[in-house]
Write a protein that binds this ligand. Structure first.
Ligand SMILES: NC(=O)c1ccc[n+]([C@@H]2O[C@H](COP(=O)([O-])OP(=O)(O)OC[C@H]3O[C@@H](n4cnc5c(N)ncnc54)[C@H](OP(=O)(O)O)[C@@H]3O)[C@@H](O)[C@H]2O)c1
Length: 393
C-alpha cells in the first residue's frame, strides 16, 4: 500500500516536472532566438476570439511549436524516470499524449484545439491554480511576456508573471492616505497609469497621476471613468477608534462599508465584454480586522460587514476580486502601526503579481492561518445557503 502511494506521489511529480519543462520551453520561445520564429507561428494562429486565423498556420504551428515542445517534455521526463522511481514515467506518458495529439493536429487528423485555445467568448475569470482559457487568453492578447504557464500556474506564480500590471489603468480610492500614496508609487514603477480618486484636493500626490476628486454618496457619477479602468483598488477608510455614538456608527458604516460597496457594484457593472472577464479586477482593502481585534469596535464591525459582503458577492462576480488583509501600518488612521506603508504597498504588488486572491500582509502569524480558514468556511456556507446570480453568468 505504502509502496503504491509512493509510486503515485512520484507519478504526480512526473506530471508536474513535465509541465514545468513545458513552461520553460514556452519561455524560451519568447526569449531564445532559435525558437522564436516557430513560437510566433503559434501566436499568429489565433484571433482574439480564439478562432484560427488560418488552418495552414495553425497546422504548421502544431508541427513546429507544439510537437517539439511535447517531445522535449517526453525526453527530459523519460531521462529522469530512467534513473528514478518508475512512477515518474507517468510524466512521460502525459507528455507523449501531447506529442501524439499535436502531431495529429498538424496533419489535419484532429480538428479540435486544446482546451485553453477553444474558440468563443470568455465565460469564466482566470483560474488561480489551473490555466483556463481566460488565463491563457491574456498571454496571447494582453502581454506575451507574462502568463507563460500552460497547465498549472505554478511557474508564473513563482516568477511573478501571473498578473501583468504593465500599461494597466488602475484607479485607487483613499489615494491621498499613507497606503494610497505608497501604492501609487509602486504601481507606477510597474508601468501602470494611475487615477487617484481622492476626497481632498489638498494632498501632494505623486507626479504623473490623473487626479479625480469624488465625494461620499456620489460614487455613481464615476461610472464612465470606471469603464476605462482595468483595476479598481478600494482603499479609503476611517477609524473612529473608541467612539460609539450614533454619528460614529453611521460614519463608520457609510465610509468603510456602503461607499466601498457602491464603488464595487459600480465597477462590476462595467464588466460587459468577453475580454473584461480576463482583464478587469477589483481589490478591496478590508483589513486584518475581519478576523482579529483592532481595539476599535466600529472599525471591526464595518470592515467585517464589507468583508462578508465581498465574500458573498465574489462567489459569482464577473471578474477577479482580491481582498487586501493588512496588519497595522503607520498612517493617520493608525499612528501606532508598526509596519511601514511603503513595505505594505510593495508586498501587495508582489503578491498580486503572484495572483494571490487574498493578499495578507501582517506581522501577526495567526492571520495567515485564521483568515484563509475563516474565508473558506464563510464562502462555503454562503455558497450552500444562497443561490447564484444567474444574471451575471
Ligand atoms: N493603517 C493600518 O494599520 C491599516 C490596517 C489595515 C487596513 N487598513 C486600511 O487601509 C486603508 C488605507 O488607510 P491608511 O492606513 O493609509 O489611512 P489614511 O492615511 O488615513 O488614509 C485613508 C484615506 O481614506 C480616505 N478617507 C478618509 N475618510 C474618508 C471619508 N470620510 N470619505 C472618503 N474617503 C475617506 C482619505 O483619502 P483621500 O483624502 O485621498 O480621499 C484618507 O487619506 C483603509 O481602508 C484602512 O482601513 C489600515
Amino acid at each position: 500500500m505504502i509502496v503504491w502511494l509512493q509510486h503515485g506521489i512520484y507519478g504526480c511529480l512526473g506530471i508536474l516536472l513535465a509541465e514545468v519543462i513545458r513552461d520553460i520551453y514556452h519561455m524560451a520561445g519568447h526569449y531564445w532566438a532559435p525558437l522564436m520564429a516557430w513560437h510566433n507561428l503559434h501566436h499568429k494562429a489565433y484571433r482574439p476570439d480564439l478562432t484560427k486565423t488560418s488552418e495552414e498556420i495553425y497546422r504548421k504551428a502544431e508541427l513546429l511549436n507544439d510537437f517539439p515542445e511535447a517531445m522535449v517534455m517526453v525526453l527530459i521526463t523519460g531521462l529522469v524516470a530512467w534513473w528514478g522511481d518508475w512512477g515518474l514515467w507517468l510524466g512521460t506518458i502525459h507528455s507523449g499524449l501531447f506529442a501524439i495529439t499535436s502531431l495529429a493536429r498538424s496533419q489535419g487528423l484532429w480538428a479540435t484545439t486544446d482546451l485553453t485555445h477553444l474558440p468563443g467568448d470568455l465565460t469564466t475569470v482566470p483560474n488561480p491554480w489551473l490555466v483556463n482559457r481566460s488565463y491563457h487568453w491574456r498571454h496571447h492578447f494582453e502581454r506575451t511576456t507574462a502568463y507563460f504557464s500552460g497547465t498549472f500556474t505554478l511557474v508564473d506564480r513563482l516568477m511573478g508573471t501571473a498578473l501583468s500590471l504593465k500599461n494597466k489603468t488602475i484607479a485607487i480610492t483613499g489615494a491621498g492616505g499613507a497606503l494610497g500614496t505608497a501604492l501609487i508609487h509602486h504601481l507606477q514603477t510597474k508601468g501602470c497609469r494611475v487615477i487617484a480618486l481622492t476626497t481632498s484636493e489638498q494632498h501632494q500626490l505623486p507626479e504623473g497621476v490623473e487626479v479625480a476628486v469624488w465625494q461620499l454618496g456620489q460614487e455613481r457619477q464615476w461610472q464612465s471613468l470606471l469603464q476605462k479602468v482595468d483595476i479598481l483598488i478600494l482603499n479609503h477608510g476611517i477609524n473612529v477608534h473608541h467612539e460609539r455614538s450614533p454619528e460614529a456608527i453611521a460614519q463608520s458604516y457609510e465610509v468603510n462599508t456602503w461607499s466601498v460597496w457602491r464603488w464595487f457594484e459600480l465597477f462590476l457593472g462595467t464588466v460587459t465584454e468577453s475580454r473584461h472577464k480576463a482583464l478587469k479586477e477589483v481589490w478591496i482593502n478590508t483589513s486584518e480586522a475581519e478576523v482579529s481585534p483592532a481595539f476599535s469596535p466600529l472599525y471591526e464591525l464595518s470592515k467585517r460587514t464589507i468583508g462578508d459582503l465581498v465574500t458573498l458577492r465574489r462567489l459569482d462576480a464577473p471578474c477577479v476580486v482580491r481582498k487586501l488583509i493588512l496588519g497595522p501600518f503607520k498612517s493617520k488612521l493608525n499612528p501606532i502601526g508598526v509596519m511601514a506603508p511603503n513595505f505594505v504597498a510593495r508586498s501587495i504588488v508582489a503578491l498580486a503579481e503572484r495572483d494571490f486572491r487574498n493578499i495578507i500582509v501582517t506581522i501577526n502569524p495567526l492571520t495567515y492561518i485564521v483568515f484563509p480558514l475563516s474565508e473558506l468556511t464563510r464562502s462555503l456556507y454562503f455558497r450552500l445557503c444562497s443561490r447564484p446570480d444567474y444574471a451575471q453568468r
